[in-house]
Design a protein around this ligand. Structure first.
Ligand SMILES: Nc1nc2c(c(=O)[nH]1)N(C=O)[C@@H](CNc1ccc(C(=O)N[C@@H](CCC(=O)O)C(=O)O)cc1)CN2
Ligand SMILES: Nc1ncnc2c1ncn2[C@@H]1O[C@H](COP(=O)(O)OP(=O)(O)OP(=O)(O)O)[C@@H](O)[C@H]1O
Length: 204
């Protein structure tokens, strides 16, 4: 990877972690509820039930998506959560229907139990929610720097192509307003999101 971009990404990661850290818990919770409300409104327009939604269990200071996940479960949507393989830096998806199916994972993540069957029908995904430390107005994202989502995205695109299908899930993100920056340094492999919500509403 381009060394200069890697350095700029690391600087921005540090800066954003500090900025997000300054949000107090009560605002974080209030903003998260607002963001979940926007996500629910958007997802409701995609279908009444049975949608395949690739979400993530909140980590550290991320938006708390649990209200959105509980809403999805209540509407009989299928919630898919990632499980990381630290050796290969790959992610597997598992359908999860309750918090009880999560176990402690690497880096302090909470992940689907490896005992659950892997969910592989990637061409059925309707929506992919990308986590990130920061985003810009063009939909570029900055993650934790292990390339999990970029690598998984390649797998997703190949899976669909091999079956003669278009990878047509909608790529979205949810973030606090303070996570939006002018420009996220980006490389060719970096995937972008097409919709983003903050506590103030839809940014694009
Ligand atoms: N909620 C959520 N789940 C997710 C991601 C995410 O960004 N958010 N990921 C997106 O890719 C994957 C996990 N990626 C990660 C990559 C690096 C680190 C990491 O280095 N964390 C700490 C070190 C923590 C420790 O060891 O104590 C760090 O920031 O220094 C964490 C997660 C899959 N699941
Ligand atoms: N599609 C890919 N195939 C192989 N390696 C990749 C791919 N995408 C990214 N990488 C590698 O992963 C590393 C981290 O990439 P990057 O800084 O873009 O991560 P990130 O998007 O911030 O992290 P994450 O996706 O885990 O949240 C880089 O060394 C990059 O070369």
């Amino acid at each position: 990877m381009n060394e200069q971009i890697a350095v700029r990404k690391n600087q921005l990661r540090k800066q954003l972690q500090e900025t997000i850290g300054q949000l107090d818990n009560s605002r974080r919770e209030r903003f998260s509820r607002e963001i979940c409300r926007h996500l629910i409104e958007f997802t409701s327009q995609l279908g009444e039930s049975g949608l395949h939604l690739f979400m993530y269990w909140p980590y550290r200071q991320e938006v708390n998506l649990i209200p959105y996940m509980e809403w999805a479960w209540s509407r009989n949507h299928i919630v898919l959560l990632p499980r990381t393989e630290p050796q290969t830096l790959e992610m597997m998806l598992h359908a999860v229907s309750s918090e009880n199916q999560l176990v402690p994972g690497p880096w302090g993540l909470r992940e689907p139990s490896p005992n659950l069957a892997e969910w592989t029908s990637l061409d059925r995904l309707n929506l992919i929610l990308f986590p990130g430390l920061g985003f810009d107005h063009a939909g570029r994202r900055l993650g934790y720097g292990k390339g999990f989502y970029d690598r998984w995205w390649d797998k997703y695109v190949s899976y669909c192509k091999e079956r003669g299908k278009k990878p047509n899930a909608i790529s979205v993100a949810a973030a606090f307003r303070c996570q939006i920056v002018d420009e996220v340094p980006s490389e060719k492999h970096d995937t972008r999101v097409s919709h983003l919500w903050t506590e103030l509403g839809q940014l694009f």
